[in-house]
Design a binder for this molecule. Structure first.
Ligand code: FEO
Length: 173
């Protein structure tokens, strides 16, 4: 059985994952109306992943005798200065999510709930991958600068940038 404190912390994370899904959905929609189809596809995919992160938490909380509460979500911003700035915001958002996962893991130790501690290791690993992916995308964006041809290729190829290629890019760090 989850402690009340941990149940509340898990519910807060459910909200953060759901809001993350909305943030990336909004980015996808902005990119789509700007004609950046590849970027839109990348963001739609990312939005789906966040929904999956949220659902996994919902099911876990309910399985452990808690009640996953589905709440109102903060509206994401709908306009972006540029696609470069949008990816910078994605990276900052992932850092925010990583911090909230770390705080949540800390609560599991305070509450001595080692099953939840174990369950959350998947999220810890996932955050490392998502941060690496975001950094790889930002590196590519910096390489292109304002080159139009580069943007065309980036938009065409961004969906092929995977966590695996990000991991091999950062392995030498
Ligand atoms: Fe579910 Fe991208 O954090």
């Amino acid at each position: 059985m989850l402690s009340k404190k941990l149940e509340k912390a898990l519910n807060d994370q459910i909200q953060i994952e759901a809001e993350s899904s909305q943030v990336y959905l909004s980015m996808a929609s902005w990119a789509e109306v700007k004609g950046l189809e590849g970027i839109a596809g990348f963001m739609y995919g990312h939005s789906d992943e966040e929904r999956m992160h949220m659902l996994k938490l919902v099911k876990y909380v309910n399985e452990r005798g808690g009640h996953a509460k589905i709440s109102t979500l903060k509206a994401p911003k709908t306009d972006f200065v540029s696609f470069q700035k949008m990816f910078e915001e994605l990276y900052q958002h992932e850092i925010f999510v990583s911090n909230s996962i770390n705080d949540l893991v800390h609560v599991t130790l305070e509450e001595k709930d080692y099953a939840t501690h174990n369950f959350l290791q998947w999220y810890v690993a996932e955050q490392l991958e998502e941060e690496a992916l975001a950094r790889t995308v930002l590196d590519k964006i910096n390489l292109i600068g304002n080159d139009k041809g580069g943007l065309y290729l980036f938009d065409r190829d961004v969906q092929q940038i995977t966590v695996e290629s990000a991991a091999s890019n950062t392995a030498g760090e």
